[in-house]
Design a binder for this molecule. Sequence first.
Ligand SMILES: [Mn+2]
Length: 362
Amino acid sequence: MTDRLCIATWIVLDKVEEATDFPSVGENSSRAAFQLVYWRCVATFFATSLAHDPEARHVLYSNVDVAEAAPPGILAHLRALGVEFRLCDITFRLPSGSVSRWGNQFYVLDVIRDFAAHPGGEALVLVDSDCVIRRALTPLLPRIREHRCLTYTLRPRDQKNYELGQLLNGMSHARMGQVLEETFGVSVAEPPQYHGGEFFAATHGFCRDLLPRIEQLWPRAVAEARWPDSIKEEAHFLSILAYAQGVPSYTANDVIRRIWTNFEDINTQPDDAALAIWHVPAEKKYGIRRLWRHMERRRLVGQRLSPETSNRLTRRYIGVPRRGPVKLLQDVAEKLRERLRQQLARSRPSVAPKMRRDPASG
Ligand SMILES: [Mn+2]
């Protein structure tokens, strides 16, 4: 086994019968326009990651053949950068109809299982594609070795100021503790912390040790999927497992943050500039789309960016820690266009939403 880091992200293309809604992208994850939003995220993710970590392995996991499914420009970009494609079925899905949002996020469990069986490096760093990389991740290796698994533990200000006792995306801390006790027979003094699912970093050995735990917990997740307070997303699942494996909290909070940049929930802060990863869910259809368009116009597609260029571009287009006046105007204009399109679609029932032109490719 090499001592290289495997930096990976994933894209799952849902079929019509598997589709759910994703709050920051839109309805129906089986639409081509919806999927294009994620392809662009994948493209900018690897552009920024390769700028900082050229020595690491870069892998795109997908449930479909990327060579057949990716838009041609993005496929050429990924190939030129040397991104490896790993075809891996999605087997971890809650029963159809039990969740209406983020229906394919348990795919990270399939990725962890695949990495455990076919280690492509000493450690795996698996990140959401709506992240941009701002610093090299390879220097994290000693820290990953030390803790075996790093955690990004959500503070209330990172998740719209949630209060304890509240359901966090459909599950409470208390219920997480109960599930932990009932499944693994451990007694839980304090309910487990909630670690964000956008970041998973662990040694190959940790991934292997996790497999029996995953198999033990999954049937419960499926059985209780329709309960009001139950495992609804990969973050609940992995937070419970992290506790069961004795993984410490907050070990990656200086690495990544869930940064809300939209109008209502904005939580950017000056020290975000020091982070290695910005997770920017609200930028999928805004800053990330414009960043990709900029790369197309400036012939940067498939080019290895320097770390400085990459950071200059992400700062400008993602708008962290501060949104510049140009981005502010573009965001307002895009928001208005989106509202207008929604109203038009409502007032003309013949124009079904799914027939709309992709707002992002126009
Ligand atoms: Mn995300």
